[in-house]
Design a protein around this ligand. Structure first.
Ligand code: MN
Length: 247
């Protein structure tokens, strides 16, 4: 089995190192990841400038692009064979609810899904750089094993969020739905050393509606959260409503 690993925190992040070494248990691992942190890059792709690749050591490629660029580079150029699985992470911080639309970690798994390759995004709900990454990597291995044994439903990938605790404190995985943020963060404005105004988005901790069955609710209670996602954003119920419009 050949696994491609990527992330949005950069190739030297603790999460990708823990993930890539743990997945070696399942097969051959190739890492293709951004050369620096590209968190909140979403599904962006570099189309108007060239990309450079640096092989840091065998099987470790750094790309000066986004997570989506890395998946494209890995699958269409760097890997000798099409991988059996793409795993993205382990993100430093959760990817829950509406926030997944900003996530480069989740977008990398989306890109692999578009190419018809099974994909998993893994995030650790921590703000600590010495969070429980090895424990989260062990969870990723278990989920990857299930994906390989059972396959995934068509057009579906998994968004896995792991609570930041020891394996003993961790509770059973729950299959969850995507939750909702309960408010949008403020923009802070300050004055720079040259007397000009600058602005900073997203300075507050996100807050979510703590509804049972959601990703947030599960992780908040030390469960591993596994949300099956798909790329079809169509609101099917609304199609019926809009069918009554005279456009
Ligand atoms: Mn990140």
């Amino acid at each position: 089995m050949h696994i491609m690993v990527t992330n949005d925190d950069g190739i030297n992040a603790p999460g990708i190192l823990a993930l890539s070494s743990a997945l070696r248990e399942l097969g051959e691992v190739t890492v293709v990841a951004p050369d620096r942190e590209r968190s909140a890059a979403g599904h962006s792709m570099t189309l108007h400038s060239p990309l450079r690749v640096f092989e840091l050591r065998p099987g470790f490629y750094a790309v000066d692009g986004t997570p989506t660029d890395c998946v494209n580079m890995g699958i269409h150029s760097l890997l000798p064979l099409r991988p059996d699985l793409v795993v993205s992470g382990i993100n430093h911080g959760p990817n829950l609810g509406d926030d997944i639309t900003y996530s480069g970690t989740v977008a990398a798994a989306m890109e692999a899904t578009l190419m018809g390759i099974p994909a998993i995004a893994v995030s650790l709900a921590t703000s600590d750089y010495d969070g429980h990454f090895p424990e989260a990597a062990a969870v990723a291995v278990r989920v990857a094993r299930q994906v390989m044994a059972n396959g995934l439903p068509a057009d579906t990938f998994l968004n896995v969020n792991v609570p930041d605790c020891s394996s003993a404190e961790m509770r059973l995985p729950l299959i969850t739905r995507q939750g909702k943020r309960s408010f949008v963060g403020k923009i802070v404005d300050k004055i720079d050393p040259r007397g000009r105004k600058y602005f900073w988005i997203g300075s507050e901790e996100p807050d979510f509606n703590d509804l049972e069955g959601t990703d947030f609710h599960a992780v908040n209670r030390r469960h591993v959260s596994i949300t099956p996602l798909h790329l079809d954003l169509t609101n099917y119920e609304s199609m019926k409503v809009l069918a009554g419009w005279s456009v």
